[in-house]
Design a protein. Structure first.
Length: 392
């Protein structure tokens, strides 16, 4: 009986701890704010983790105390990302009227594609650029209606931020900082990618994790495979900004985990803001590009043209497109075309996956089928690079 009572008491305690954890966490944050306000009149924090945000003094050297991150995962059980829960607090004994506003700016291409910067890359709370009167000495920016509307309409945002406040009509004061991003945990990112239709092991899109790993691995340090953002400890100036690759000219360049460039229908279009700052939206964009008929049905369209071509005489049916083996991985012809299409064919597919009806059936030089995809400067094809990630 005594043992049963003890076990019951432990269970009750665990139950109570589970349901009061969030409240106790908020209580701890409030206690920290109280301590900070004994030293400062105005304090800005991220209420998700209690981090105090300090003024960014040098434009060329960003310090971690002036970098607030979009959280990669809202909680241990929720792998979705979460915007910083920004709050402005004023000392309780401060009775003078105070008002504040927030502005966040991002220049496309991390400053190298300014001509592609859109109106949505500048965020103002309130949205008309005016000041918000602070009531009860506390402004929960992440609960502000304009903040919620901004997220609802255009998604996550980040960049260089300025929180401007004014006390009783005196000179305006500014707190400069950066809203950057935190990279997802490898295991949780894999779980999310594989949750898409046909992307789990054995599915026709089971190579998508490998594409993401190839596109963004080692952007910060070795053995970190999924990188949506640059880490401050590696990039002192651009820490927190998205991983971006310069594709040359005035092209949009690639962003994030999948190096998303353009849209499924227009590779030269600007990608949506949310796909830059929300790693899960970047994954969605990659799947939209891959499953769109432009890339997803390329092999089918090409093979149908061959079958229906002049003097085909059933030669395609007698010798259908062969599997392509690269390293230790074997891909169907459709998959090989599909994967290569994600990176680009560098010309017409008929000159890359060549069908010669007058040659004997088989794959290779002098055969009916020849696989001649673009070759990278390192001597590897894109299929080689993706296959390597699948092997690893």
């Amino acid at each position: 009986m005594v043992i049963a009572i003890i076990i019951f008491a432990i269970a009750i305690a665990a139950f109570a701890k589970f349901f009061t954890g969030a409240a106790r966490s908020r209580a701890m944050i409030d206690k920290k704010i109280e301590g900070l306000l004994s030293k400062y009149t105005v304090v800005v924090i991220d209420a998700h983790d209690g981090k105090q945000i300090h003024h960014w003094k040098s434009a060329n050297k960003l310090k971690s105390k002036s970098l607030v991150l979009i959280h990669a995962h809202a909680s241990e059980d929720d792998i979705s990302p979460l915007m910083p829960q920004l709050e402005l607090h004023v000392a309780d004994d401060f009775s003078k009227p105070i008002k504040a506003k927030l502005q966040v700016d991002y220049q496309r291409g991390n400053g190298k594609r300014t001509s592609r910067t859109t109106e949505q890359d500048r965020v103002m709370i309130p949205r008309d650029g005016s000041f918000r009167n602070i009531e009860n000495n506390n402004w929960r920016i992440y609960e502000d209606p304009d903040f919620l509307d901004e997220i609802s309409e255009y998604g996550f945002f980040g960049g260089d931020a300025v929180l401007t406040y004014q006390i009783d009509g005196t000179e305006e004061k500014k707190i400069r900082f950066r809203i950057g991003g935190e990279n997802p945990e490898d295991e949780k990112c894999t779980e999310f990618i594989q949750s898409f239709p046909d992307a789990s092991p054995g599915g026709k899109l089971d190579f998508m994790c490998a594409i993401a790993r190839h596109e963004s691995k080692h952007k910060n340090r070795k053995n970190v495979y999924y990188n949506q953002f640059l880490q401050l400890r590696t990039y002192k100036k651009n820490g927190g900004l998205p991983v971006w690759n310069n594709d040359g000219g005035l092209t949009p360049g690639g962003y994030g985990l999948f190096q998303v460039t353009g849209t499924a229908e227009d590779p030269q279009a600007n990608i949506h803001r949310d796909e830059i700052w929300n790693w899960q939206s970047n994954v969605h964009a990659a799947f939209e590009i891959m499953t769109h008929q432009f890339k997803g049905s390329l092999a089918k369209r090409y093979f149908n043209r061959i079958k229906k071509g002049p003097q085909a005489d059933g030669l395609f049916e007698q010798c259908p497109p062969p599997d392509i083996t690269v390293g230790g991985e074997t891909f169907t012809a459709h998959q090989a075309v599909w994967i290569t299409a994600y990176n680009g064919w560098g010309g017409n597919i008929k000159n890359r996956f060549v069908f010669s009806k007058d040659k004997p059936c088989g794959l290779g030089p002098g055969k009916r089928w020849q696989w001649k995809p673009p070759v990278k400067p390192n001597g590897k094809t894109y299929l080689h690079l993706v296959a390597k990630e699948m092997e690893d």
